[in-house]
Design a protein around this ligand. Structure first.
Ligand SMILES: [Zn+2]
Length: 376
């Protein structure tokens, strides 16, 4: 048993972070659901916060992915107007900014928000508007990943892929396939993936969560995934694991969510540390802030307290998040430089070194090219 002192959650809240795997429709505030339901006269399982929390199994073990997904039946009821979508996107980015998330990729399936007549473009623009308002208020950068849903239809996924193409360069940076994994292989949605890849759009796919490593292999080799959501069962196929390592294909790990859906038994048996120790590109994410009742800081803190990762490893995982984003390369580099400097101030025991003062004018190193031209 590791007897080293455990670092407090507050430290993890201060560190700069990413959240690359977070679902809009699973990350609302409970109070916002209640308020929006009140305003729109929308039926909920209960109007009492504690009862509603219990009815939606927030933060509780659900036993399966399919049961976990039932909470979304409730959240989607209050996400059918532009005003609600704008507010929910803004509040999600606000909550993330408050725990020092610097960059977030929010995912959702716009087709699930048209029940009361919204157009797909209206859905997309309401969410982008909310995220932009949060950027203006708090400086948090965020982009959108459009999702198709495995258990809906290949046609609807193609429609979502077309939407991702239409908003490429305007806030949409990727395409994902979410929903029930078992019995719904990604290859059925191949046309959608072909369209987004033909348009040079990034692909991430939920795989190896409720199905075996074959699902991960299919996501990478048939559908062209650049990142994998969860990948809990990758450890069952060493050869594929090495392939992902060699190609630096990032894993979007969401530890608490994986326990909640029964993908792993408990945090201690989560494969994240194994993957990290083997050198894989591991990122830590929330999945669903409301449904899993968590934050990125808490997930990182659990990696520390439950899986035995020290602060040096946590800092490396945080850098892995910034390296794995779907931002253009030069923007990623700029973030990495900034965040690398900030993280370097933290010693492995959590103490913070004062930042070095900027070099004085006369001490600034000059490039040899500059010195040479000055001489001539
Ligand atoms: Zn997810």
């Amino acid at each position: 048993m590791d007897e080293s002192p455990k670092l407090p959650l507050e430290l993890f809240q201060k560190l700069p972070k990413t959240d690359l795997h977070v679902h809009l429709d699973g990350s609302l505030r409970l109070e916002t659901i209640l308020e929006l339901a009140q305003q729109g006269n929308i039926e909920l399982p209960s109007r009492d916060p504690d009862e509603l929390r219990h009815a939606m199994h927030l933060g509780e073990n659900c036993g399966s992915l399919v049961d976990y997904l039932k909470a979304f039946d409730v959240t989607l009821r209050v996400m059918q107007t532009e005003a609600a979508l704008h507010r929910i996107a803004f509040e999600l980015a606000e909550d993330a900014a408050r725990e020092n998330v610097r960059y977030m990729e929010v995912r959702y399936a716009p087709m699930l928000h048209t029940r009361r007549g919204l157009k797909l473009t209206g859905v997309i623009e309401a969410v982008l508007g909310g995220l932009k308002a949060a950027r203006d208020a708090y400086g948090i950068e965020s982009n959108v990943i459009v999702c198709g849903i495995r258990n809906v239809s290949a046609e609807s996924s193609l429609e979502m892929a077309e939407l991702a193409v239409a908003y490429k360069g305007r806030g949409v940076v990727g395409f994902d396939l979410a929903g029930a994994e078992y019995d719904h292989p990604a290859k059925h949605h191949k046309a959608a993936f072909q369209l987004v890849r033909d348009n040079n759009i990034n692909v991430t796919i939920h795989a190896g969560e409720a199905y075996g490593p074959e699902s991960i292999a299919q996501a990478i080799h048939v559908c062209g995934a650049h990142r994998i959501g969860h990948g809990c069962r990758l450890r069952e196929d060493g050869d594929l694991l090495h392939y992902m390592n060699d190609h630096r294909i990032p894993l979007e790990c969401c530890p608490s969510s994986n326990v909640q859906t029964g993908a792993v038994r408990d945090l201690k048996s989560h494969p994240l540390k194994l993957y990290f120790d083997l050198g894989l590109r591991v990122t830590v994410n929330t999945d669903n802030r409301l449904v899993t009742d968590t934050t990125v800081s808490r997930e990182l803190w659990l990696c520390h307290t439950q899986m035995g990762l020290g602060l040096r490893d946590i800092k490396s995982i945080i850098m892995g998040g910034f390296k794995s984003s779907f931002l253009p390369f030069h923007e990623r580099q700029a973030q990495l430089r900034q965040v690398g400097e900030e993280l370097a101030r933290y010693d492995d025991d959590g103490t913070v070194r004062p930042s070095a003062p900027p070099p004085r004018e006369t001490e600034r190193p000059r490039s040899s090219a500059f010195v040479g031209s000055a001489k001539n």
